[in-house]
Design a protein around this ligand. Sequence first.
Ligand code: ACO
Length: 306
Amino acid sequence: MTNEELSRTVDTSDEWIRERSGIETRHIAAQGEFTSHLGIAAAQAALDDAGIEAGELDLIVLATSTPDETFPSTASRIQAGLGAVNAAAFDVQAVCTGFIYALAVADNFIRCGQARTALVVGAETFSRILDWNDRATCVLFGDGAGALVLQAGEGSGEISDRGVLSTHLHCDGRDHDCLYVDGGPSSTGTVGVVKMQGQEIFKKAVVRLAEVAGEALAAHGLEGGDIDWMVPHQANLRIMKGMAKKLGFGEEKLIVTIDRHANTSAASIPLALDWGRREGKIQPGHLLLLEAIGGGLTWGSAIVRW
Ligand code: ACO
């Protein structure tokens, strides 16, 4: 769905959306197409790409805020869809920071020896929880899914190791009102729609993302210039560019997909990783900084050697 198409149903314009957010188009799931369907497609593509059979998976962690049903987890739908009969499966909910939370969970399962081959999926159908009459939110989000396969390997504990080198997670529940959905099974009994104080989030994002990116770099004695690619959650192009500048590396090191996907919440980082790889930007051995902020508020970062 292009900005132009949206501007036919809500009082907005292509110019406003591009200038304020960097978004040009977004994808909307078809009727009858659920978060699990998007997740299964992404997961199967990741497994094929990694040359790993579904039966080898012993863990599936799905990051989503738009589950198919209140229960069971959408991860269990994905497990069935893949035929990953040996995998434990559950959802993680940290809205737009969800992928980094899910990555941290899977990485720590592997580090502890409780999992060997893990699938981390970010999948969302935010189109189902938008108020399509609220121009301040409905223009910003899209549907999508991305997935990553992690496998245990030997490491030396050095920065040259490949894999997830560290993850850094935070939450401040006092900032609930900045970004939430006004419904839920235990409160209203309805699904609800996204409510967002855009400017508030913007201000907090700039501060929190700088902090947590700095924390990740400091954990390894790195500076911005040591990173090959910054793969941020795709919420706003201005935030991403501002962050790149603040951390001391050029915009050319930013992986940007917000123009074609809009904000896909927990799916945005794996979608950006996939695009960066397909474009030949992200290469084996490259050092990546991932970072995100979302409802909760939650925020987090990761240092990954691809
Ligand atoms: N089209 C046209 N005009 C609009 C639209 C629209 N779609 N939406 C709002 N406006 C108007 C407003 O009514 C306002 O008009 P006024 O000045 O007459 O009152 C004007 O545009 C400016 O609105 P602002 O909200 O001040 O615009 P801003 O520059 O702050 O941009 C935006 C809004 C894009 C939402 C920005 O604040 C933002 O990106 N915030 C961060 C979002 C984010 O990072 N969320 C976290 C992750 S999301 C998650 O976790 C689910």
